[in-house]
Design a protein around this ligand. Structure first.
Ligand SMILES: [Zn+2]
Length: 125
């Protein structure tokens, strides 16, 4: 009877607190089982890895996000640049994936610029 009661609890070797043996982790953060700590570490590593990747991605797309805010003139310029780029690449029998993307970005920037201008006019009236 006494043994059964004892097995329900597990003493944390780190802080000395009694915990239910069903728990894998003490409130102080100590893991009672090595494999659960390992899986915890793996999850943490996965999270860190994911965060690092998304961070990189955000940095990679920061120029595009900046270009999206350039407005009407910026949008037209971006489209002109992308067309020129595409044409030059086409002339030398090459194809780049970036000019069409840039063209779309320019188009969105242009539309955003037009929309914000319309909104501004409405508030001015
Ligand atoms: Zn503890």
């Amino acid at each position: 009877m006494e043994n059964e009661e004892k097995s329900e609890f597990i003493k944390c070797p780190f802080c000395g607190k009694l915990n239910y043996s069903s728990l894998v982790r003490c409130t102080c953060g100590y893991y009672f089982k090595e494999e659960s700590y390992k899986s915890y570490r793996k999850n943490q590593d996965d999270i860190e890895d994911y965060n690092r990747k998304t961070d990189k991605m955000l940095k990679h797309f920061s120029m595009e996000r900046f270009l999206l805010k350039t407005g009407i003139i910026g949008g037209i310029l971006i489209m002109l640049v992308s067309c020129t780029w595409f044409y030059l690449a086409y002339e030398s029998n090459r194809f780049y994936i970036y000019p069409p993307i840039l063209f779309v970005i320019g188009l969105i920037a242009l539309m955003k610029g037009i929309i914000s201008r319309i909104k501004k006019k409405k508030t001015d009236l």
